[in-house]
Design a binder for this molecule. Structure first.
Ligand code: ZN
Length: 132
């Protein structure tokens, strides 16, 4: 398993980590297989969506915040229940295929680290599973 660090700069943030994941694949000997991306945190997530237009991640953050507001009489004393809920909704793992030594994404797709309780220094785990 490989890992890399993501430093986030604000409370809510969607940070493109496509190049970091590509680097892990490039530095390996895996030409074909699957690539798992896992975020070992309870207030962060990972997702795949469009980064050609930066308004897309901005809109996702805005709408998540409407559905799961920062303050809503939550019981969790730490005060970050909204971040925990968003993490579970978006999910802490993604899987992409590896073909010819590179990850396969759609034209407009990027891998995003989703920060819901930043700024923090976070970890991302990457596991490559060769299929031949
Ligand atoms: Zn908490």
């Amino acid at each position: 398993m490989k890992q890399f660090i993501v430093k986030t700069n604000s409370r809510f943030e969607m940070k493109d980590i496509t190049n970091q994941v590509k680097s892990v694949v490039c530095e390996s000997n895996v030409k074909n297989g699957v690539c798992y991306v896992f975020v070992p945190h309870t207030t962060a997530a990972v997702t795949i969506n469009e980064n050609a237009d930066p308004d897309v991640p901005r809109d996702i953050i805005m709408e998540l915040d409407k559905v799961i507001p920062l303050h809503d009489n939550y019981s969790h004393m730490e005060g970050n229940s909204a971040a925990h809920i968003k993490s579970s909704l978006i999910g802490t793992s993604e899987m992409v295929f590896i073909e010819n030594g590179d990850i396969v994404l759609g034209t407009w797709q990027s891998l995003f680290f989703c920060e819901f309780d930043g700024p923090r220094t976070r970890k991302v785990y990457v596991k490559l599973v060769p299929t031949e």
